[in-house]
Design a protein around this ligand. Sequence first.
Ligand code: HEM
Length: 394
Amino acid sequence: MIDYDPFSDDAMRDPHKIYAELRKGDGPHFIEKYNAWALVHFEDIWNTSTKHEKDITFTAGQPLTNVLLGEPVPHAFPSMDMSEHRKWRRVVHADYTKGSVEKERERITALAREILAPLAERGSFDFYKEYVNRVLAINAGYNLGLPREKSIAWRGLVDETMHRETGQVGTSSERNLKAAGQLAQQLHAYVREVRANPALAGGHVAKYLAAEIDGQKLDDQGLVNLLIIFLTVGSGTTPNVCAGAVYYLAQNPDQKHAVLNDLSLVPQAFSEAARYDQPTNILCRRAANDFEIRGKQIKAGQNLLMVYASANRDEAEFERAGEFDIFRSYPRDLTFGVGGHMCLGMHLATMAGVILLEEFFKVAGDYRIDTGRCTRAYSEFLSGFDHIPVELGD
Ligand code: HEM
């Protein structure tokens, strides 16, 4: 029996050893302390998301801090159930189709080049903070209709609200609360400004400001919630995957040289980094009805942990799942989830991630990474590298 706690220091640092142990069990693993089932096998997450959507509710939130610790749930479409969820998600859906995202290729490429050029001139820099996270924070702000300086400042505050000290459980340290207070104050002021003068709003903010669904319009808090969600998801996962790609390629020189010699392999490198080191480590739901997963009886009211990072390394689904191999192929994965709440931004994430990597590899030469100084996010929710010191080569 494994005493698995997703908030334990071991699990927050590097959960993969624990997940490998948990996957030796058949079916979901019960965590009494949280009245929760951890779904660590690919098949269990896939089947629950595709066959039991009516038996689960998203209204308790998706992050573990909401579902397991009872922190307040921001009311927005990710924490709504089906018919309501679909209507509010649809307001911006057209901006995230493959075709719409493709129209942004030139703008995102130009932005990547602009941010990368002075860094490349310097020769060594933090690949995550100075390059990929910076580009995607500006891009997330662009999609929301925000000016650049606001996007960067607010993304910085979002990071502060999510920061954890060693051993910290939940998001209520003094540092988190101070940042959350500043962020709320500034976002509410912004929402009041665009409400008073809608011509100042652009992108998603303009669409959500105007949206009326079933006779309901969003109040200020509803708009602030969406701003925080889009700033977080729009710039918080794709950079981890890019950082993972350059790190794991550096650990596997044959694959690294193959990519440097043939940039058409970059999409495979991005997908493999996302599979191998899935950035949305765990997302939750709550059972709305009793149902069964592989012989385990799930009761209404119990919590469900979709441990995506474990599912994407499940040996029953992927051969040599614990190896980084950009040449592998597979018919399905859980990188962007599955079902009605599947990632809205998957086409954007894939296109932007590939652009960011291609632009880097064009100037990187035989780059080196100072592995001793790399750091990973300390979190139960999002995982991946958040500091990658790189030195460009010849
Ligand atoms: C490689 C990068 C990314 C990964 C791995 C990823 C992964 C995921 C996953 C697994 C989910 C499903 C959540 C669940 O099952 O509870 C999700 C949802 C979501 N993602 Fe992403 N995501 C990425 C990038 C993005 C980007 C760039 C955006 C930009 C808008 C985005 C927006 C969203 C939204 C809004 C949801 C909630 C969808 C809903 O509940 O209807 N994601 N993402």
